[in-house]
Design a protein around this ligand. Sequence first.
Ligand code: PLP
Length: 376
Amino acid sequence: MNFETIAAQAAHQIDPATGAVAPPIYLSTTFERDADGEYSRGFVYSRVDNPNRHALEECLALLEGGETGNAASAAFASGSAATAAVFQALAPGDHVIAPDDCYHGTSRMLREVFAPWGVETSFVDMTDADAVQRSVRPNTRLVWVETPSNPLLKITDIARMAAIAHSAGAACACDNTWASPMLQRPFESDADLVVHSTTKYLSGHEDVTGGAVVGREDSPFFQRVRLIQNLCGAVPSPFDCWLTLRGIRTLPVRMRAHSANAGQLARFLEDHSQVSAVHYPGLPDHPGHDIAARQMSDFGGMLSFQVAGGREAAMAVAAGVKLFVRATSLGGTQSLIEHRASIEGPDTTTPDDLLRVSVGLENADDLIGDLAQALG
Ligand code: PLP
């Protein structure tokens, strides 16, 4: 079955009791036990498993893993909870290699939560595979990849990172939030785990917070993630799972439209005299363009650009937009713009003249017109 078909039907089976085509939402927290003590219908208690969560997990496993039937998946209450479950699966004394440019919540989590628990991290420029190789230590257990990266749109060669991880006896996890499985499937490049903030493209409508970890197979590492999901309980509600599945039905068409709009915007910004740099892997002179073209089927809806004139000029552009919404996050139908350094806080390494854009599904000419008038 092709990706679009899996997404459009979103792992749905017609409700056997009513024939409902849209899936019902199962709010029940607990499920009836059989007279003989078994749970023949498969559900016991909603923290452990729930029909809506089960359907979402099944769908994500199919989207990332294809129909091999090997992929395993666990849904969480947010992308950050999914990320945390992967790090919680490590032990004190383990070492992680993570990108120097990644979602600031992920790097803060490693520094402020997991370092005090004894998990060490080296933050490395992952566009430099030799630097990653040099960072490997005897206790390296995980290579964490995020590509395209947040907010500089750096592109990391997933297959290279997976090879380095595996030769060190470590696992490779890829945060696939920005590309979504429509544009990039890290298991095809040998990653072991894929992590998502489903808050973004998968749900796609700025109305649900969620996350997921998908395993290429039901490995001991993934089983530990599943144990953490069950015992620590950061699970999404049935309605959140339902909303996310509803979003997934249109993921392929949305990702194509996001990518087409972002490409047009990037080309407009590249030629603008008030713009000193555009970070978008679809531009042929982007340093990661060739790798992106190889491991992604399109270049996605995220870009960032730097405004000539520094922080004040960038702030003025963000203040001047009329169609774009000034807000953090990404992956929804509406275009968002944000001054990223001021969101990330005092320890940010993001250039202070940089604006990050989540390109939505509006008409590209309208978006270009809005940025043109804000840039002046
Ligand atoms: N990973 C990436 C790449 C993100 O951009 C984000 C949020 O912006 C997260 C993870 C965290 O997801 P959530 O906000 O759902 O916890």
